[in-house]
Unconditional design. Structure first.
Length: 146
């Protein structure tokens, strides 16, 4: 009985997607000043000539990959779009709540009666109402309005 062993990690064949990912990393390194143009061109040729993932890894081992990914202009643009979308969603929810609150409270306040009664004092609105004084006799008891 023959047993098949898994190939070593260094002999894993590289696919087109792996080569494109490595080429993108090299392009970002060039754009951010980590590689000179001639070094970029030689590494790019080696990228598309590579047969294994180990060969691809060797081409980018001396580059700060985390820094390259963090400063990627496409990634920064995607973050900016996501932040703008978040602001739009929150603003829409806020405006929807304002409309709901106004829809509920304006009819309750009378859409003008409530506002006017809070804004205009009763003395100004009804001049004769507040001029009548209550009649209080000498003992301090209320005797009616005169």
């Amino acid at each position: 009985m023959s047993t098949m062993t898994a190939p070593a990690a260094t002999s894993v064949r590289a696919g087109d997607r792996d080569r494109e990912r490595t080429a993108n990393l090299l392009g970002q390194a060039l754009a951010q000043g980590y590689l000179a143009m001639d070094e970029y061109e030689s590494r790019l040729q080696a990228t598309f000539a590579a047969h294994t993932t180990a060969e691809l890894r060797r081409l980018v081992t001396d580059l700060p990959l985390a820094h390259l990914r963090r400063n990627d202009p496409q990634r920064q643009a995607a973050r900016r779009r996501a932040a703008q979308l978040g602001v739009r969603i929150h603003l829409g929810a806020y405006l929807a709540m304002v409309v709901i609150v106004l829809t509920v409270w304006l009819p309750i306040l009378g859409a003008g009666i409530g506002l006017a009664s809070h804004a205009i004092p009763v003395r100004v609105a009804v001049p004769g109402l507040c001029h009548a004084r209550p009649a209080i006799d000498r003992r301090g008891q209320f005797g009616g309005i005169r």
